[in-house]
Design a protein around this ligand. Sequence first.
Ligand SMILES: *Cc1c(COP(=O)(O)O)cnc(C)c1O
Length: 403
Amino acid sequence: MLFISQRAKNIAPSPIRKFESLISEIEKKGVKIHKLHIGNPDLTAPKEFFSAIKKYKNKQLAYAPSSGINEHLEAWIKYYSDFGIKLAKENILPTVGGSEAILFAIMAVADTEEEIIIFEPFFSSYKGFATMAGVKLIPIPLNYKKKSKPLSESFIQNKIAKKTKAIIIINPDNPTGKVWNKKELDLILKIAKKNNLFVIADETYREIVFDGKATSLLTKKNAWENVIVVDSISKRFSVPGARIGCVASFNKAIMRAVFKFATMRLSVATLEQIGAIPLLLNSYRYSQKIVAEYKKRRDVVVEILNDIPNIEYSMPQGAFYLIVKLPIKNVDDFIIFLLTKFRYKGATVMVTPMENFYMSENSGLNEIRIAYVLKLAELRKAMRIFKIGLKSYLHERQTTSNK
Ligand SMILES: *Cc1c(COP(=O)(O)O)cnc(C)c1O
């Protein structure tokens, strides 16, 4: 008998991809599925990305330096300086998307069997990467609702053990849309400093905030040694296929460590690094446009949700997701209903089940995530279909349980 590793067995499949094969089967039959489940922005990528790549005249396509192409690094430095953050080249390392940055950060701070604190629900890749690294995630409920109690220092302190190495925060947050306020960030840094913990701050959605601004932890000079930012251009420039992100930190030991990891995978793709340069140099122009667009979309989603009885959601302040609590025991059953039974004029809608966004067992079973990554007209249609789909699911369930 051949046995695969425990790690491979333990890894949870991405909740976003869980229904992929069912989806493609149904699409082959000609059913239109409005996709609210993947955070794959539908917006056009900035044309400067493609024109920069077209200008590449070199006849060779060599490995880029492990530390990144010089002009690409300089573009990141300029990008951060627009937020008042002054990085030197040694404070930043380009990665294959934010995803690789997450893996590098986790592996740089914790050994196998050690622990990292994370607020749940959270972007589900963290679970998979922690499993790959053999690191244990310790969940703390995220206070993302208006009515949530404020973060409690003693509650967090109680979760910290000898093996704890870091705290992860995602700001603005996927999947809840929460934007962390200054007071909360200061509390996290205070706890981190007191307990000698790193803070891994995922700032992928930095610009996508609807009122005010998100505060980057790299602006917090009093905690520079503790902070590791993982970043990505995927969402803010609508180029998820470019696979460009970075790790940024003022901690020299961390940057040396992630550099060593980076030399193992040799380099980030050359052409995509080149394509990203004009975007990073002129980030405001593009990001300002898309923030206005996502805000309009959020308002459409919320407007229709307000019209649905017996659900709960929380108003997102940033990113492009929200989570909804449904009057349903197990949302997988509802999603399968939407995909296989329910049709509205030959169409249906797809949302993400929340279970895998939690560490704690039996959490999120009645919750879904909606990603508002469709144009306004289609989004409105998709949300109406969602509303009708939910109603007919509840109706059908009621009639079958009465039989
Ligand atoms: C999408 C996402 C990432 C990673 O995206 P990449 O495409 O790998 O850059 C990281 N963190 C969060 C919270 C995300 O939503």
